[in-house]
Write a protein of this length. Structure first.
Lengths: 163, 192
């Protein structure tokens, strides 16, 4: 599987990449799952969420994606009564925020290693104290900071002809 | 010197055990299957290939086994460990609630009063289980008169670094847990 696009997270005033997909847990726990249409091989889940942590609470505040019928997905597609902000009360787990330069790129899932990972333990939507784990220093100065993917294949959209 | 004799002695015993197990496996194999294997591979008819397969390779394998039996034990140990890990991950994948996971029997009212979710920004319905309320309602609709609702909690350790948790509520009918509703579904890895 190709390296996957991260979710976006606004945390302590900064925009971060989040290598965790809390919405997948919502769907696995029985929540309504729309029929997303993956647009490229770097996003098989078919959407990218925008999250925010406010007062140690995890919120879904945006969503970009395409549905199989060709319409655009948004937060309202999953949570019609809460189109602007959703408290992620279903989610318990660990949010991983890669930081620094990439020290080993792996073109699969979220398997690439970065200089540090910031871990946020979440218990039913409530965020606990962060934990920073340092793994090393990148061997080259050419690497850019922050999470990224090397390549992806754009998939053909349904109903779109060639040329 | 005695160490050397002991070392090769254990290697010999290991070889005998492996040969014995191989013989037992071959006895279970049907003659028809063996004949079919031979028929599929016509090269087996050549004497040189038969000598290689039936004598040379087994002798080499036997010498390697006697000389390097610690490696064989390590590989056996790792294979067994990997099998158990795979079985545990399969158990997590096909998760069902077992009797040992049950905690306490509760009424719907007790559960709903303890599971109300609130949010200062109003970003969750003020209902039991918040955004999972619809799933909870569907779970309740599947009950029959004989069903009790129990809370449950299960923890798995597929590896030293990884902890998997499942918790929630389950319908129990005559001591048999059935359909469940998850409130916690998490996998925590300590470090990379």
């Amino acid at each position: 599987m190709t390296a996957q696009l991260a979710e976006n997270l606004r945390y302590e005033g900064k925009q971060e990449f989040m290598c965790t997909t809390p919405l997948c847990d919502f769907f696995a726990m029985g929540g309504t799952q729309p029929k997303f249409m993956p647009m490229n091989t770097a996003c098989w889940r078919g959407y990218v969420g925008q999250w925010e942590i406010v007062d140690n609470r995890l919120y879904l505040v945006g969503l970009e994606g395409m549905l199989r019928d060709g319409s655009e997905a948004s937060v309202a597609t999953i949570f019609p009564d809460f189109p602007d902000r959703v408290f992620a009360n279903w989610y318990s787990g660990v949010i991983r925020i890669p930081q620094g330069k990439c020290i080993e790129y792996v073109h699969q899932g979220y398997n690439s290693a970065y200089e540090s990972d910031l871990y946020l333990e979440v218990n039913q939507g409530l965020v606990a104290e962060p934990r920073l784990q340092h793994y090393g220093t990148a061997s080259t100065t050419d690497e850019s900071e922050g999470y990224g993917i090397a390549a992806m294949t754009v998939l053909k959209r349904p109903g779109k002809g060639d040329g | 010197m005695i160490f050397l004799y002991s070392y090769f002695g254990i290697g010999l015993v290991t070889l005998i055990v492996v040969l014995w197990e191989d013989r037992l496996c071959k006895q279970k194999e049907s003659d028809r299957l063996r004949e079919l294997g031979r028929a599929i591979n016509p090269d087996r008819r050549q004497l040189s290939l038969r000598l290689l397969e039936d004598f040379v390779l087994p002798v080499i394998a036997a010498v390697v086994m006697v000389a390097l039996w610690p490696t064989a034990f390590y590989m056996l140990f790792r294979t067994e460990l990997d099998k158990r890990k795979a079985a545990l991950w399969q158990k997590i994948q096909d998760f069902t609630v077992e009797g040992s996971y049950l905690k306490e029997c509760l009424s719907v009212q007790e559960i709903e009063s303890r599971e109300m979710v609130e949010d200062p920004l109003g970003a969750v319905p003020q209902l039991p289980f918040g955004h999972l309320n619809g799933v909870w309602r569907s779970f309740l609709e599947s009950r029959t008169g004989a069903d009790e609702i129990w809370s449950f909690s299960a923890e798995f350790r597929p590896s030293r670094r990884c902890k998997v948790l499942r918790a929630g509520y389950v319908l129990v009918r005559g001591n048999n847990p059935g359909r469940y509703f998850l409130t916690v579904m998490t996998e925590k890895s300590r470090f990379r």
